[in-house]
Design a protein around this ligand. Sequence first.
Ligand SMILES: C[S@@+](CC[C@H](N)C(=O)[O-])C[C@H]1O[C@@H](n2cnc3c(N)ncnc32)[C@H](O)[C@@H]1O
Length: 390
Amino acid sequence: MQTATDDLARLAPRLLAAWRALRGGPPRRGPRPPPDRLAPEELTEVARGVERLSTGLTRDRALAGARYLDDPRLLGAYLLFYWPTSYLQARGVFSELPRAPGAVLDLGSGPAPVALAALHAGAAAAIAADRSPRALAAARALAAELRLPLTTHPWDPTRPGALAQAAGGKTFDAVTFGHVLNELFSGEGAAERRAALLEEAAALLRPGGSLVVIEPALRDTSRALLEVRDLLVARGFAVRAPCLFRGPCPARLRESDWCHAERPIEPPPMVAELARAAGLRREAVKMSYLVLAPRGEPWRAPPAGRVFRVVSEPLPSKGRLRYMACGPEGRLGLALQEKHVTDANRAFEGLLRGDVVELSEVEPRGDGLRLGPETRVTVVAKAGEPLPGV
Ligand SMILES: C[S@@+](CC[C@H](N)C(=O)[O-])C[C@H]1O[C@@H](n2cnc3c(N)ncnc32)[C@H](O)[C@@H]1O
C-alpha cells in the first residue's frame, strides 16, 4: 500500500529542484549534484537556514509572525526541511478524518505542504492562501510540476475582508491552518482573536466539513491552542480529533501539561541529512492538532465502553507501566503492574501516544485507574486512524 512516507520520498527530488530554482541553479563549482541529494556545499548552506528557522520559530521565537518566507534562503530551508514535516503531519491528520476532504482552503499555507498533502490524500482542488508572494509562487511551481489542482491567493487576516476574498465565494470540506495560528495576534487577547478567526473560517465549511489546525508540539503553542479549543467548545463547536472529552481541556489545569501527537517516521535521506547537519532530530513527527466540526454539528458518540486516548509516552517505573490517557471521563493515569500482565491485557505494553483503547474491569486507584489480570485491553484505533463508527 502506498503510504504518505512513500509519497514524500517521491516528492523529495521535486522539492530539491524547486529549491535549486529558487537559489538560481546548482553550485557552480564541482560535479553536478544528484537530483535527490544535496551536494556538500548545498547541505551547509541549507543547514544554516534550518538552524536560523529552528531558533527563530521554536526557541527564541523571534521569527514567529515575521516575514521570513520572503527571504529566499529561509524559504529554501523551509522547503527542504520543514515542508516535509508539515506534509507528513497533515497526511496524518487527514488519515483520521472519516472521509478525504473534497475542496480545501489552506490558510497561512506558505509553500503549501498542507494543501499538497490534502490533494495527495484525495482532495479535488485546493486554494493556498498566505501573505508571502514568494512562498505562494513556490507553491504554484510545485503544484504545476506535480500536476495538482492548486490555486493561490494573497491572505493576511489582519486585513479586513481577507478571508472572504481568499475564499472567493466558495465553501470547503476542509479549511486548514498549518503552523500559522501561533504566528497570528500575539499578546493579550490573542486567544480570542484566534478563536474569532477560526469561527469565521468555520462559516466557510460545508456540512460534514472540518477545520484542521496543526501547531508545533511546544508547551506554549500547544497550551495556546488548547485555550482556543476551550473558547470554541464553550461556543458550541464539537471536536472531531483528538479529544474524546467534551468539557474544558483537562491538560490546561496544570501549567506543566500540554497535549501533542507523535508518529514515528523514517524521514527522506535529504531531511535526515539536514537534521544531522543542523543538529536537530527528525525520527518522529510531533505536533499539536485539532479537528473541529462546523458550528452546530454535534459531537460524535465515542466508541462503546470505557475508552481513552493515550496522551503520553509509556512511563515505566518499578515493575509497572503507566500512561496518561484522556477520554470521555477526563484525563487520568492508567497503570498495570508487570506481574498482572495476561494475554487479555498484554496490548497495554505496546501502546503508543495517540492510540485509542477500550478497557474493561479496571479499578480506581490514586489519580487514575489500575488495570489487573482480569482487565481486557482492546485497541479501538491506532494513532492516526479514524475511530470506528464515525
Ligand atoms: C510556519 S509557516 C507554516 C507554513 C505551512 N502552513 C506549514 O504548515 O508548513 C507559517 C506561515 O504563516 C504565514 N503567516 C504568518 N503571519 C501571517 C499573516 N499575518 N498573514 C498571513 N500569513 C501569515 C507565513 O507567511 C508562513 O507561510
